[in-house]
Each structure stands twice: as C-alpha cells, then as structure tokens.
Design a protein around this ligand. Structure first.
Ligand SMILES: C[S@@+](CC[C@H](N)C(=O)[O-])C[C@H]1O[C@@H](n2cnc3c(N)ncnc32)[C@H](O)[C@@H]1O
Length: 218
C-alpha cells in the first residue's frame, strides 16, 4: 500500500510551494514569454528551484554552472542563491533559446551575473575547464550525456561543492512506472548508479518534484 494517493501528493506539493517557493514577476514573465513563443513548458518546478537555492546557499556557492537553459527559468532560481559577486554560467545547445534567455536576463538586470554559452554542453564544459574549479553544477538536459557531465564535474567541482541533476525519477521511468526513451533511461540509471557508488562523492536523491540527484564532491 502506498503512503498516500496522488491527490494527497499534489496537495503536499502545493503546501510546500505556497510556503517556500512562491514566484515573483520575473519568474512569471519568463513563463509567459516562453509560452507565447511556443517553447516547451519543461522548466523545473518552483519547489525544485527553491531546493536548489537552499543547497547552493548552504555551501556559500559563488561560481555555478547550469546545463540546459531553455528560456532561463531555472537560471533565475540558481543565480538568486549566489552571493552578490557570484556568477552563473548556463549552457544551451539551441542558439535561439540561448539568445532569448540572454535578452531576458539583460532586461531584468541579471545580464551581468549570468553568462549564456551556446552550443553542446560537452564543448562548453571543455572551454571553461581552465576557469575551474567551480562550486556547483546543475544538469537539466537530455540524459545521454549525464555520465560524461558527471566525469567532468568530479574533476572540476571543488571539494565540498555540489553536483546536482534534474529528473532523478524521470516521471517514474527509473522504476518502470512509465515508458521513456530507453537509451536516455539507461544513461540516467548509469549516472545515478555512479553517483551512489563513487567513493569521491556523497550522493543522494532529494525527492522534491521529479527528484534531484545531489552529491557533495568529497
Ligand atoms: C529541460 S530543458 C531546460 C529547462 C531549464 N533548466 C529550466 O528549468 O528552466 C533542456 C534544455 O537543454 C537543451 N539542450 C539539449 N541538448 C543540449 C546539450 N547537448 N547541451 C546543452 N543544452 C542542451 C535543450 O535545448 C533545452 O532547452
């Protein structure tokens, strides 16, 4: 028997969101614009954004990387957790999305704190490697490359820093509750297995929203 049904889960999510993760005009307007431009509404949930802020604040993060910008919704949550001189580098393979996010950040006064890098994240990670080590990384992109991003992160996130990835549960696919692209699923499972078993990491899954895989780089 499950702990509670779906309606109770929804009510509990709303309870958490209303208490800790309300959205302001900037977050509302990103969603409005991205919807108006026909972008997929696949950004993180507010309570997930708030959890990311909680974790970044706990480690005093100043230099953070994000993989998967879309329109910049999660970037706003992330950058708000950084100290005033903190900086976020966010990576987006689609140049139109990258440009949209760049313009949006500029318009709302975050342009100086968020750098958007176009192109596949694997290339962007290679190009910024000499600027490391970084305090934290957040992955929210196709799962095929999560294992490669993890290897990079272990080498370039400082000791005590955080490696975080969205969609730990992938809508239930990780336990076979729904069907998803098999290749991506295998990559996600392999990634999470590595996080759980690599001695250089202390990992867990934070069961907020669709789940966040989180690990401290030891
Ligand atoms: C789930 S969306 C990101 C949502 C965003 N993090 C948010 O919550 O607002 C994933 C994004 O990753 C981008 N993407 C896909 N492949 C990529 C790659 N190889 N490198 C960087 N970004 C990629 C997609 O274009 C898409 O915009």
């Amino acid at each position: 028997m499950s702990r509670w049904n779906e309606a109770t889960q929804d009510a509990l999510d709303r309870y958490t969101r209303d208490l800790f993760a309300s959205e302001d005009d900037i977050l509302d307007s990103i969603q409005f614009e991205s919807q108006a431009r026909g972008l997929p509404q696949i950004h993180i949930r507010p309570e997930e954004g708030h959890m990311l802020q909680f974790l970044l604040t706990a480690i005093g993060a100043r230099r953070v990387i994000e993989i998967g910008t879309l329109a910049g919704y999660s970037s706003v949550w992330l950058v708000r957790a950084l100290s005033p001189n903190g900086r976020l580098i966010t990576m987006e393979s689609d140049p139109e999305r990258a440009q949209l996010a760049r313009e949006f950040f500029k318009r709302v006064g975050l342009g100086g704190r968020i750098e958007v890098l176009d192109g596949p994240a694997r290339e962007s990670l290679r190009s910024i490697a000499p600027q490391g080590p970084f305090d934290a990384i957040f992955m929210d992109a196709p799962k095929d490359d999560y294992p490669a991003y993890l290897e990079w992160s272990i080498d370039h996130i400082r000791s005590g820093g955080l490696i975080m990835a969205h969609n730990a549960f992938w809508g239930g696919a990780v336990v076979g509750a729904v069907q998803r692209d098999e290749r991506q699923l295998q990559s996600l499972l392999s990634f999470t297995h590595s996080v759980a078993n690599d001695k250089r990491l202390l990992g867990t899954i934070i069961p907020v929203g669709d789940g966040i895989v989180a690990a401290i780089r030891l």
